[in-house]
Ligand binder design. Structure first.
Ligand SMILES: *Cc1c(COP(=O)(O)O)cnc(C)c1O
Length: 305
């Protein structure tokens, strides 16, 4: 990865190399931590962080769900992220921001409430998550043999590091099988989400995406629903079954990192013409116009640095 100059850790900016932790930190052993993935884009007026407030709010909500007491307010974390992007003097097109909170060194054992909470904001320049080629031509998706953990035993709506074991195994399986990304069904067999992105498909001109019953409440998914509706496209939120995926006219994934990535194949079935579909392309270009500050209608989602 591309190192940056500073990381904000527990209220202070410190050099990137010095942002280290003890090997007996609680989270390394028991997996309770929460993360965000936020992005800043270089606009004509400098960097703008996309939907900063929503991401910070979700970080604190994830922490509440997993019983981590983050000792900073949303306002403090927002200010620090703005300062972080400024201080690092980035030059690239976009910057990925990774706010997180984890349990540090001092106690062992499953009970975690006495472990110190460490709060960190890091940022670095990061290229297209599923590749530049993927953004243009589309990616190949495989339905995973892993399902998204059931709501009875998991906190799927927390952006929790613990949930990433499931994502990691599904991702690895997809790559091993020669695909780009895995798609997870829920324990009832309905489409949940990809390993770190929401799923959309298009049938007969309608955009369809599943409810968040068994998935993270994705900020990009919400944004894309709004964009599509503003473009006059009908959007349905309903359950999707496996066989329906195979006959979709178009499909794409959305996420802060994945942005809007077209899907050209699912499980050996070509989707549409096997390339980025026309509606996907329109939504994708509208998304990029929005995040790069080229559409005044969505200025309220940008926080200039
Ligand atoms: C972060 C993440 C997403 C994407 O969420 P956005 O808010 O759109 O960035 C989707 N699914 C999972 C499991 C995630 O961790």
């Amino acid at each position: 990865m591309d190192a940056a100059k500073y990381i904000w850790m527990n209220g202070k900016f410190i050099p990137w190399e010095e942002a280290t932790t003890h090997v007996l930190s609680h989270t390394i052993h028991y997996g309770n931590g929460v993360i965000e993935g936020t992005k800043a884009y270089k606009t004509k007026k400098g960097y703008a962080i996309f939907r900063l407030k929503e991401h910070t709010k979700r970080l604190l909500e994830s922490a509440k769900m997993t019983l981590i007491d983050v000792p900073y307010t949303a306002e403090e974390l927002n200010e620090a992220q703005i300062e972080l992007v400024r201080k690092n003097e980035f030059i690239g097109d976009n910057v990925y921001i990774r706010p997180f909170a984890f349990l540090g060194y001092g106690v062992m054992g499953v009970y975690h409430k006495n472990a110190p909470v460490e709060t960190v904001l890091a940022a670095w320049e990061w290229g297209a998550y599923l590749g530049e080629e993927g953004l243009k031509r589309g990616i190949r998706l495989k339905i995973s043999s892993f399902s998204r953990p059931a709501n009875t035993s998991n906190m799927g709506k927390a952006k929790a590091t613990a949930n990433y074991l499931n994502s990691q195994l599904a991702k690895h399986e997809a790559i091993e099988c020669g695909y780009d990304e895995g798609l997870l069904l829920d324990d009832q067999g309905y489409v949940a989400e990809a390993t770190g992105a929401a799923f959309f498909m298009i049938r007969d001109g309608k955009v369809i995406t599943p409810p968040s019953d068994n998935a993270l409440e994705s900020i990009t998914q919400r944004t894309v629903i709004e964009l599509a509706e503003d473009m006059g496209i009908e959007v349905l939120r309903r359950r999707i079954t496996r066989e329906e995926l195979y006959i979709a006219d178009e499909a794409f994934l959305t996420g802060t990192a994945a942005e809007v990535t077209p899907v050209r194949e699912i499980d050996g079935r070509m989707i549409g013409k096997g390339e980025r579909g026309p509606i996907t392309e329109k939504i994708q270009s509208t998304y990029f116009d929005m995040v790069f500050g080229r559409n005044p209608k969505y200025e309220h989602y940008l926080t200039y640095v």
